[in-house]
Design a protein around this ligand. Structure first.
Ligand code: NAD
Length: 245
């Protein structure tokens, strides 16, 4: 491809998002790290730049339409185009349904699902004008199989899958693909928060007998954004060591 490509990664300040950011930077793609933690976003962007690309770090709350518009405008002012969006920002607020408060429900839906909607809607206009684009949404294995204590999170991640398939159908004629990656249990701050016993029990359920790494997820995102994946859309790629098939 002659022109330089540009990718926005939400939640790019740490964990899976940061691994995606650095992986794409290593392949020569200019990157925008958008994270509610502005300091982490700026630091991640600096690290990406050391891989020889241009990078921007922005403080963005993906559940705020105003923040998302500012993110798109800043990316366009700096780079003049947006080729890829990775909707990765996500949170958990786990509890059994009986004990879940409404805030925990709303926060998870607002960030994981509405954030994906807001960012996709904002970027699709630009991609349509460019007559090309790629969106990858980070779902989760629990969006497909469910998990006790995560009704809010599983609903948000199952919602991301339905959103992905519907938007894929809408924009396929415009040369825009929309896919989801559904990680299993990946070693990040999110899973470090689990008690050791719970983590050991989880690993026992994984045929590969290990947690995944952020780099395992980044590799599948890179593939879906590559030229070789141009005929793949509306799909969910499970990256879970075989724990759900
Ligand atoms: N770690 C896992 O095992 C696992 C498994 C399946 C899916 N996922 C999904 O992968 C994604 C990344 O998870 P992770 O494990 O790297 O988590 P993480 O907590 O390490 O990182 C999440 C990042 O998102 C940012 N963020 C949170 N709220 C935000 C908001 N409102 N706006 C912008 N940024 C925000 C955080 O500041 C953080 O940098 C999430 O969508 C998560 O649901 C993770």
């Amino acid at each position: 491809m002659a022109e330089k490509r540009v990718a926005i990664i939400t939640g790019g300040g740490q964990g899976i998002g940061k691994a995606v950011l650095l992986d794409l930077a290593s392949t020569g793609i200019d990157v925008v790290a958008a994270d509610i933690n502005e300091h982490a976003a700026v630091e991640a962007a600096r690290e990406a730049e050391s891989r020889g690309v241009q990078a921007l770090g922005l403080g963005v709350d993906v559940s705020s339409a105003g923040d998302v518009d500012r993110m798109i405008n800043s990316a366009l002012e700096t780079f003049g185009r947006i080729d890829h969006l990775v909707n990765n920002a996500g949170v958990t607020r786990d509890n059994l349904l009986m004990r879940m408060d409404d805030d925990a429900w709303r926060t998870v839906i607002d960030i994981n699902l509405t954030g994906t909607y807001l960012c996709s809607k904002a970027v699709v206009k630009t991609m349509m004008k460019q007559r090309q684009g790629r969106i990858v949404n980070i779902s989760s294995v629990v969006g497909a199989m469910g998990n006790a204590g995560q009704t809010n999170y599983a609903a948000s991640k199952a919602g991301v899958i339905g959103f992905t398939k519907s938007l894929a159908r809408e924009v396929a004629p415009r040369n825009i693909t929309v896919n989801a990656v559904a990680p299993g249990f990946i070693k990040t701050a999110m899973t470090d928060a689990l008690p050791e016993k719970a983590r050991d029990e989880l690993v026992a359920l994984i045929p590969s007998q290990r947690l995944g790494t952020p780099e395992d997820v980044a590799a599948s995102v890179r593939f879906l954004l590559s030229d070789g994946a141009s005929y793949i859309t509306g799909q969910v790629i499970h990256v879970n060591g075989g724990m759900y098939m």
